[in-house]
Design a protein around this ligand. Structure first.
Ligand code: PGA
Length: 249
C-alpha cells in the first residue's frame, strides 16, 4: 500500500551552522529514518550542502523548498533542478501556499515546476489548499479541484507526492479536524481518479499539513486518505519532528 511520508519544511529558518546541529538531532531522534515511514527534511537552499553532508549514512531524504522550471539561463536569484540534484537533493516542495501568497506563484507555474522536477528525477511535493475566506465562502471544493486539475495537468504522477495544506491551519495552531482533512483528501483522490484513473489515484500519497504536532499526528494519519504530513513549526526540533514520524508508523 502507500508508504507514509513525513517531510519537514524548515521555511526560512536555520543558518547552515544551525542546520548541521538540527540534522544531528533529527538523525538521533528519528532513528535515522530507518522506520516504516519515509522521512524527508527540506532546509533552505543555503543549508542544503551542509545538510547533505550531515545526512551521510542516514535514510532521511533531503528536499528543497522551491526551484525554477527552466534548466538554466538569465534568471537572477533562481535555482534549477540540476543544481539541487548535484547537491544530493531528492525532493522539492512546489507551490507552497506561502509561495503562492507572497511570491505570486500560480497553478501554471506549479505545473511547469512539477514537470521540470520530474524530468530531472526529483520527487515533487505539490501543495494545494484553500484559504479561510474560500472555505467560509463555500468555495473549498472548487479551489481544491481547480488547483489539482490545473497544477497537475499532463503530469506523470508515478512519483508525485501531494500535500493538502489548508492555509488557515498553517502556523496558526488551528488544525483541520481529522474529519475535515479526510473529506478534502478524499476529494483530491476522487479528482485524481477522474484525471488519471483509479489505479493511479490509489497510489498517490497525499500528506496533510497545517499545525501538525506529535499529539494530533496519529489521529490525522489514521484517516484512510492521509498518507503522512508536511510539517513546519514542529519540524524545527528533533524530538517533535520524530514524534510525528513515529505517529505515522
Ligand atoms: P506548520 O506549517 O506546521 O507550521 O503549520 C506547515 C507548512 O506550511 O508546511
Amino acid at each position: 500500500m502507500r508508504r507514509k511520508i513525513v517531510a519537514g519544511n524548515w521555511k526560512m529558518n536555520k543558518t547552515a551552522t544551525e542546520a548541521a546541529a538540527l540534522v544531528a538531532d533529527i538523525r538521533k531522534a528519528a532513528n535515522d529514518g530507518n522506520g516504516p515511514v519515509e522521512v524527508v527534511i527540506c532546509p533552505p537552499f543555503t543549508d542544503l550542502k551542509t545538510a547533505a553532508e550531515a545526512l551521510k549514512g542516514s535514510s532521511i531524504g533531503l528536499g528543497a523548498q522551491n526551484m525554477h522550471w527552466k534548466a538554466d539561463g538569465a534568471y537572477t536569484g533562481e535555482i534549477s533542478a540540476a543544481m539541487l540534484k548535484d547537491l544530493g537533493v531528492k525532493y522539492v516542495i512546489i507551490g507552497h501556499s506561502e509561495r503562492r501568497q507572497y511570491f505570486a506563484e500560480t497553478d501554471e507555474t506549479v505545473n511547469l515546476k512539477t514537470k521540470a522536477a520530474i524530468a530531472a528525477g526529483l520527487v515533487p511535493i505539490v501543495c494545494i489548499g484553500e484559504t479561510l475566506d474560500e472555505r467560509q465562502g463555500g468555495k473549498m471544493e472548487q479551489v481544491i479541484v481547480t488547483q489539482t486539475k490545473a497544477g497537475l495537468a499532463g503530469v506523470d504522477m508515478a512519483t508525485v507526492v501531494l500535500a493538502y495544506e489548508p492555509v488557515w491551519a498553517i502556523g496558526t495552531g488551528l488544525t483541520a479536524t481529522p474529519a475535515q482533512a479526510q473529506e478534502v483528501h478524499a476529494l483530491i483522490r476522487k479528482t485524481l481518479a477522474e484525471m488519471f484513473g483509479a489505479d493511479t489515484a490509489a497510489k498517490v500519497r497525499i500528506q496533510y499539513g497545517g499545525s501538525m504536532k506529535p499529539d494530533n499526528a496519529k489521529e490525522l494519519m489514521s484517516c484512510p486518505d492521509i498518507d503522512g504530513g508536511l510539517i513546519g513549526g514542529a519540524a524545527l526540533k528533533g524530538d517533535s519532528f520524530a514524534g510525528i514520524v513515529s505517529a505515522g508508523a
